[in-house]
Design a protein around this ligand. Structure first.
Ligand code: ZN
Ligand code: ZN
Ligand code: FE
Length: 751
């Protein structure tokens, strides 16, 4: 007979962990107890060695779906006179210093109850249990307890209370537990907030959607704007009011079978669609899918997700198979979360509002992922994932990383954990900036973190940088692409130094120019810029990004000066004002950006001349290659200048123009360009390897969302014997910057 005490840390509170321990111990015939303490969940177990070993084996393999066990500490303690296993309810101060679960999709058991006429929660849109439902978005404070969530306004009825207190029940200590008697309700209003009388507001909502109306629907992490995905007129109207011309819209489909009618997916993509995180998965669309053609015009991918709240399941259970479900906001503003706010901000956007009275404390957009090279990779890491931490190799002090400007995400570290916020978005409007500040306050509060250092981007004009400089905490400015490199190293637990191929849109360089096509050598301690694209002027600065043809013109002008070659793409353009701007060097910052080179080459090849959403030219240029690299390529042989390899743009343009002259079409040009970049990048890595003896390569920066380049480069590097490391926990775009900033900040404090 032995008695042991286990101290378990991780996501072990509010996720059905104690009931699980209780039934596991009883099942094995162990006696003892389980209780929460400030250093984790403690389990005292008494029984034979073989029983204890059985418990250890099953602890991890059978743990509840929302839990994450990070560590288990084991001590032998004296035997007691226990005769059964009990759950000792927490004393008030026994807040587990622990992790908070993300919000996750409705579980199968709750779904069965939702559609069971005899269940007391039949068609109740807020059904949940310890294995599913809202978490992070309803938490106001810690400990995670109903009185500190937005469920505090709904006292449990007797039946719910009994479930809540019964260790054998699926709803034992399920903080958001509710039923039609005691819980939140939905109702429908018109644009003015006047209630629409209806016996069943959900059925009425379905009828309105079928009738082509735009509905603002309050969900888990915010409002969606929804329309019937087969109704092209409704979608056109939605695009108009939302200020979103061509950017693809996400779909929510009834189930995996409906998804299969719309898109192709492999095993991993299927499992991801069905996962408890239920993100939007970017899949290849099928020809003849029965949806309107203006959902993702000119794009061969569709963003698809499955219903993840009970309300979604109800909306998609009868007349509708597929809904467009897009964040309810105008253009790039943050997603709407509050009832009054929504009526105010969305009244011109939606025809009707399906509201409810469970408040959302923290907005969280739908996450977006994409499979590349056999791995599911985040494009936007938000609902379902935040605030699950990324784990670092070592414990360190607490630091705050404020991210970049676009796709902002902030990060806070504590011990060996980095908590990355949900997607905050583009910090270019007041709403987003307020959301940014609120998120920082909130994460500091719920994880009890007081940072010793704030890490910000070097760009002096980023709102995140300006905010950081207003705080009275020591600061560290970090170069944008160095943060990308460190982010990829951190999530792969790599020690340096490595070669980072950082292909990006824009980032402020240490020399005051805009970088974005970089080969960096280094680690979280520091870096050296080893190679980059030749810097080119960007006439009109950031404004040029909307007009790829201007970038094409600028690059041609810079390389060929007054002998500007004929380019079919520029034939009917009024090019003089731009040339004057370039000649006078007015507002034409220099950039080595790979994203801008893509814009220039795409435009000159006959691709997109003007874009309606970020990276549209590059995305369409990649897709026109039909996933083929072809055989034709050039190597843009770098020149060695001041110890750095410079990739000459002249070589890119001369090779491109000669191919245009010989009648290559845009598809062939795209294949050639991708193939050439891959060969050029591999060549540079070989040079750097022979010079520095470094084999490890990390790939980061938003350009690596380009599947053709990413997969081709991985294959090319593997062929030459390099070890490559890529992102799979955080996005390769600026949504992953904060992780790198944290890693650099921690190293800085160590020194
Ligand atoms: Zn459930
Ligand atoms: Zn109830
Ligand atoms: Fe970036």
């Amino acid at each position: 007979m032995l008695r042991r005490r286990l101290t378990i840390n991780g996501i072990v509170q509010g996720v059905g962990f104690r009931p699980f321990i209780y039934s596991l111990a009883r099942d094995i015939g162990l006696v003892g107890s389980v209780y929460n303490t400030s250093d984790g969940v403690k389990v005292e177990l008494q029984g034979s060695l073989s029983q204890l070993e059985q418990f250890d084996a099953r602890l991890r393999s059978e743990a509840p779906p929302l839990s994450t066990i990070i560590s288990v500490k084991l001590e032998e303690i004296p035997i007691l006179e226990d005769s059964e296993f009990t759950i000792v309810t927490s004393h008030d101060n026994a807040s587990v210093s622990t992790l908070i679960s993300p919000d996750v999709a409705l579980c199968d058991e709750c779904k069965d109850e939702l559609f069971d006429e005899h269940n007391r929660r039949y068609r109740y849109p807020f059904i949940n249990c310890t294995n599913c439902g809202p978490r992070y978005t309803i938490i106001e404070n810690i400990p995670y307890d109903r009185r500190f969530t937005s469920m505090k306004h709904f006292p449990l009825c007797e039946v719910c209370h009994t479930e809540y207190q019964d260790p054998a029940d699926r709803r034992f200590h399920a903080q958001p537990n509710a039923c039609p008697e005691c819980g939140p309700q939905v109702w429908l209003t018109d644009q003015k907030g006047e209630r629409i009388d209806s016996r069943d507001s959900i059925s009425k909502t379905i009828d309105l959607l079928v009738g082509g109306k735009i509905l603002a629907i309050k969900g888990l992490g915010g409002f969606h704007l929804a329309v019937d995905a087969t109704n092209a007129d409704a979608i056109a109207r939605l695009r108009l009011v939302k200020g979103r011309d061509e950017k693809p819209l996400a779909l929510m489909v009834r189930g995996i079978d409906t998804a299969q009618e719309l898109v192709d997916f492999n095993q991993e993509e299927r499992a991801t669609l069905l996962s408890i995180q239920a993100p939007i998965v970017l899949c290849t669309s099928k020809a003849n899918a029965k949806i309107a053609s203006n959902i993702a015009p000119g794009n061969d991918r569709l963003g698809v997700m499955l219903p993840y709240t009970p309300l979604h399941h109800l909306l998609l259970s009868e007349k509708l198979d597929t809904l467009v479900m897009t964040s309810a906001n105008f253009s790039e503003e943050p997603i709407c979360i509050d009832n009054d706010e929504s009526l105010d901000r969305l009244s011109g956007l939606a025809d009707y509002f399906l509201l409810h009275n469970r408040d959302i404390y923290l907005r969280s957009d739908d996450s977006v992922v994409m499979e590349m090279s056999g791995t599911i990779r985040p494009i936007r890491r938000s609902r379902g994932f935040a605030p699950r931490p990324i784990f670092m190799q070592n414990k360190g002090p607490s630091v705050l990383a404020v991210g970049g400007e676009l796709k902002n995400v902030v990060g806070l570290s504590k011990d060996e954990k980095v908590f990355l916020s949900q997607h905050i978005g583009d910090l270019e409007n007041l709403e987003a900036f307020e959301f940014f500040q609120m998120t920082i306050d909130h994460i500091q509060q719920i994880f009890e973190i007081e940072p010793e250092l704030i890490i910000h981007d070097l760009h002096p004009e980023y709102l995140s940088t300006k905010w950081a400089k207003d705080q009275s905490i020591p600061l560290l400015g970090v170069q944008h692409h160095h943060a990308h490199l460190a982010a990829c190293m951190a999530e792969n637990n790599l020690d340096g130094p490595v070669i980072g191929i950082i292909m990006d849109g824009t980032g402020y360089g240490t020399d005051g120019t805009i970088w974005g096509g970089e080969f960096l050598l280094g680690d979280a301690n520091g870096f050296e810029r080893m190679a980059h694209f030749e810097p080119m002027p960007l006439p009109g600065g950031e404004a040029a990004i909307k007009s790829p043809w201007r970038i094409g013109l600028s690059y041609l002008h810079q390389v060929f000066d007054s002998n500007l070659p004929d380019s079919p793409a520029l034939k009917d353009r009024d090019i003089q004002p731009i040339i004057q701007m370039l000649d006078a060097n007015i507002n034409s910052p220099l950039t080595s950006s790979c994203g801008r080179l893509f814009d220039a080459v795409a435009a000159l090849s006959g691709g997109r001349q003007e874009i309606r959403y970020e990276a549209q030219a590059a995305i369409e240029f990649m897709q026109v290659a039909q996933n083929e690299l072809g055989k034709d390529y050039s190597i843009f042989a770098p020149t060695l200048t001041d110890g750095k390899y410079i990739i000459p743009i002249k070589s890119v343009l001369e090779n491109l123009l000669s191919r245009i002259d010989t009648g290559r079409n845009v598809s062939q040009l795209s294949q050639w360009f991708h193939n050439s970049l891959i060969h050029t990048f591999v060549r540079i890595c070989e040079e750097l390897r022979s010079e520095k003896g470094i084999e490890k390569i990390v790939l980061s920066g938003g350009v690596f969302q380009n599947r053709l380049l990413f997969e081709g480069l991985l294959a090319g590097l593997a062929q030459k014997g390099f070890s490559t490391f890529t992102h799979q926990q955080v996005p390769c775009n600026d949504g992953g910057l904060a992780l790198g900033q944290v890693a650099i900040g921690l190293k800085y404090l160590q020194k």
